[in-house]
Design a binder for this molecule. Structure first.
Ligand code: AMP
Ligand code: MG
Length: 421
């Protein structure tokens, strides 16, 4: 490895000791340069991105005092008893402008969304009225002034910041953007994640494995994790455990904002990824994390001549290790790249629902089920065969963190857990 910057206080020449998950997360976030935001047309493609600049209203909404009901616009003074027969002046539908002020003894038929005519201060629901021969008979309780009227500007006033920078764009925000006439917004581009699986033993899911072979489960899983995290994604296929096979695919992966490589990252005879990444110009920031599953995990950066930076994650090949590595390190990196202010996964304090004896040499992210019981999170351990056991992980909705050592954990003990999306 060309360079390691484990921590400023204690920079080892080559990484002998694994670093903590927390330090690893801090190093990753420190190395990220979020791309400059740019103007982007508002289409469903921006859903999931963060606004990089405030959006202000260019109009009052509603643009006029507006009726919230189909009914009759009246003067509340005419209905002090709740009963009256009023002369109907005109019919005001949404999009029309009233032409007749409401004077004593008069009303106008009005539809939802239509502007309130001058002189009126209440709308009576059509259900409480009966129309006949130019007059309306009203039988209701006395209306209060303002009843069924939404005043101009009550939702937003021209100049109000309706969506501050840092807002996550969901479908509902697109409705607000449309209200204020924003057809273009400033957002950071969706990061593109390239995924490369490595291993001589791998075949694609559509193939039948021969002797000694297994199917490539990490490729589809990592692509889907990236997509689900809101990133763009690109599959680079399977590299064989040979420099000639890995080199061109590494070069390809380094073209994306984020390059995920799985397998070949530990210390086996055919674990070529660290050396070949280094050869390609990647600066490694750490290569071992004190965690289970997935201790060998390399994070590096590659700086392009034009100033762009590619983040490189070489994840261990075992599927649960790859998955946990994604959740702990890649997802926060993607969140930061997309402009989230709090990218780190949120730790949930949970009460252990069972006695559990566990002996582990590293802090362990164990598959578990979290449930909310009378206002407290309870966590139950899911039986698990280790880092290849993706099937057990599918029964989990969380990872519970057990400290290193040989411990009896008692029911009722509080542990940290990480909720899985
Ligand atoms: P490695 O990190 O390359 O030493 O691989 C560790 C274990 O994960 C080995 O048993 C590999 O066969 C397995 N493995 C590696 N890559 C994949 C993959 N893409 N899908 C499923 N299993 C994998
Ligand atoms: Mg391998």
């Amino acid at each position: 490895l060309r360079e390691l910057s484990v921590s400023a206080a204690d920079p080892p020449p080559a990484q002998s000791r694994p670093i903590s998950v927390r330090d690893a997360q801090a190093i990753i976030l420190r190395e990220i340069k979020p791309p400059t935001p740019g103007p982007t047309p508002v289409t469903s493609d921006v859903v999931g991105l963060m606004l990089a600049a405030d959006v202000a209203a260019d109009v009052d909404s509603p643009p006029h005092d507006k009726s919230m009901m189909d009914g009759y616009a009246v003067r509340s003074a005419d209905l002090a008893s709740g009963h009256a027969t009023l002369k109907v002046l005109e019919e005001i539908t949404a999009g029309r402008t009233p032409t007749r002020p409401i004077v004593a003894g008069c009303a106008s038929r009005i539809m939802t969304g239509a502007p309130i005519p001058q002189g009126a201060d209440a709308v009576i629901m059509v259900e409480h009225t009966r129309y006949g021969e130019g007059h309306v008979e009203i039988n209701t309780s006395p209306p209060r002034p303002g009843q069924n009227i939404l005043p101009r500007g009550s939702e937003m006033r021209r100049g109000d910041v309706v969506l501050p920078a840092g807002t996550l764009l969901r479908p509902l925000e697109l409705g607000i953007l449309a209200t204020v006439g924003k057809t273009e917004v400033s957002v950071r581009p969706r990061p593109l994640v390239a995924v490369l699986s490595t291993g001589d033993e791998l075949v694609e899911p559509g193939e039948v494995p021969g002797p000694g072979q297994i199917r490539n489960s990490n490729g589809p899983m990592l692509l889907a994790l990236a997509a689900h995290a809101g990133a763009g994604h690109r599959y680079l296929g399977i590299a064989r455990d040979r420099p000639e096979s890995l080199r061109p695919l590494i070069a390809e992966g380094l073209q994306s904002a984020v390059f995920l490589l799985s397998g070949g990252v530990s210390a086996g005879a055919l674990d070529l990824a660290p050396d070949l990444l280094c050869e390609a110009g990647v600066t490694a920031h750490f290569h071992k994390v004190a965690m289970k599953p997935g201790k060998p995990l390399l994070f590096g950066t590659y700086d392009h001549a034009d100033g762009r930076r590619t983040l490189v994650f070489a994840l261990p090949g075992n599927p649960v290790s790859s998955f946990v590595g994604f959740e702990l390190f890649v997802r926060p990196a993607l969140r930061r790249l997309m402009g989230h202010t709090s990218p780190d996964p949120e730790a949930i304090s949970a009460v252990l629902a069972q006695d559990f004896h566990y002996n582990t040499d590293r802090p362990t992210y164990h598959p578990a089920r979290l449930e909310l019981a009378s206002g407290r999170w309870r966590v139950r351990v899911v039986p698990w065969q280790g880092s290849a056991d993706l099937r057990a992980l599918a029964q989990a909705n969380a990872l519970v963190v057990f400290p290193a050592g040989d411990h009896h954990h008692d029911v009722g003990q509080t542990l940290d857990a990480l909720r899985l999306e």
